[in-house]
Ligand binder design. Structure first.
Ligand SMILES: [Zn+2]
Ligand SMILES: [Zn+2]
Length: 379
């Protein structure tokens, strides 16, 4: 291994750029990955070489040493850092960077988390009014969840006692295992089974939490709902989830938002749509009408001769953009209302109007029932 030509292993020349190296590494690592070549010692050996070559050459400093001194510059005792355990070091990161999402290769290389295990994630649903989602709100949440035990300060040990050092792992919380694999000797550290990785054992458990260091409790807090959220949006509160075992950090709390509808407004992303009924006379003569937006009362100008279906856009009165600046628009859809019912005087006036305009009225309807049907068609 130590007289391996790193450039040859990757199939690149000595002038290869970082990108060349990365591309070559990805292609070869995929081709020789143990997952795709089960029980193939030669592929395993090649995979090991390719990984080692990339591990060295991607680091400019080590690459320079290799170029100058050859393998002795990076693998020798003078090289600094040992290669006895090629898979114990930074290679895990390599795998994460390259194999995540490349069908099924990612799982085997996840790095183990160190320190106390965090609590699990949890999800709650919060119901919001339409306007609360648009403008944001301070929403008070009350939930029952696992919290850190204050009786024992999350240690799990009864008051006046303290946890003692675990004999199995001498307090380290992990035990080292050396195993032989097709890739050579691999040293792994696994959490100590006796103390579950805590390095301590508890002889007198805290009665309040049965030694868990956490207990169930009602908690309430305020969630800052940002303006512009929508139905189905989910907020992630990183430290509001259930507390971890014996001082482990809290998991995340996912807050799923259920937003109620509105009887006057409909939402389309950052835009709002509303309907405004305008009397025929106003639509014909022009004028203005007051309209209550979500913000405040606005005067909407109606142009003379406004037709039904006209849309008046009020810029910036829509929904604040959750990501980005400004707000969407409010589109007011005008519906021109045909007047009814008509009394004698109104009918006369409209007939005069029709006459002045030369509008063809045709045969007058015989019955009121039929008349209103025709009117409803006209409106
Ligand atoms: Zn306790
Ligand atoms: Zn232990």
């Amino acid at each position: 291994m130590t007289d391996l030509d790193l450039y040859a292993a990757l199939g690149v020349d000595r002038n290869a750029t970082d990108d060349d190296l990365k591309r070559a590494y990805r292609a070869k690592a995929r081709a020789f990955h143990p997952d795709t070549n089960p029980d193939d010692p030669e592929a395993a050996e090649r995979f090991k070489e390719v990984s080692l070559a990339y591990e060295v050459l991607k680091d400019p400093e080590r690459r320079a040493r290799y170029d100058q001194f050859g393998p002795a510059g990076v693998f020798g005792s003078a090289a600094g850092g040992s290669y006895g355990d090629p898979f114990g070091g930074g290679l895990g990161d390599l795998f994460d960077a390259f194999f995540n999402g490349v069908g099924g290769m990612g799982g085997s290389s996840r790095r183990r988390r160190s320190g106390p295990t965090p609590g699990p994630d949890a999800e709650i649903t919060v119901r919001l009014e339409f306007a609360e989602a648009v403008f944001g709100v301070q929403h008070k949440v009350e939930i029952t969840t696992m919290v850190h035990c204050d009786e024992c300060e999350s240690t799990g040990a009864k008051e006046g006692t303290s946890p003692t050092r675990c004999n199995e792992c001498q307090g380290a919380g992990e035990v080292r295992r050396v195993r032989q694999s097709i890739l050579g000797q691999v040293i792994t550290a696994v959490p100590c089974g006796r103390c579950q990785g805590f390095g301590e054992s508890i002889e007198h458990p805290c009665p309040a939490c049965n030694g868990e260091g956490r207990r169930r409790s009602d908690v309430s807090f305020t969630v800052e709902i940002p303006a512009g959220v929508d139905d189905g949006s989910t907020l992630r509160l990183s430290d509001r989830g259930p507390a971890g075992f014996r001082g482990g950090p809290n998991g995340a709390l996912f807050v799923r938002l259920a937003v109620a509808g509105h009887d006057r407004f409909e939402r389309d992303d950052d835009d709002l749509h509303a309907r405004l009924v305008v009397p025929m006379t106003l639509a014909a003569l022009g004028g203005s009408v007051n309209f209550a937006t979500l913000d405040d009362e606005r005067e909407i100008a109606i142009e003379p001769g406004t037709q039904g279906g006209t849309v008046v856009t009020l810029r910036g009165l829509g929904v604040p953009r959750l990501r980005g600046r400004g707000r969407g628009d409010l589109h007011v859809h005008l519906h021109v209302e045909t007047p009814r019912p008509l009394d004698e005087a109104q009918s006369d006036l409209l007939r005069q109007l029709a006459e002045l305009r030369g509008d063809e009225l045709g045969q007058l309807p015989a019955s009121e029932g039929l008349f209103s049907k025709i009117r409803s068609v006209l409106s």
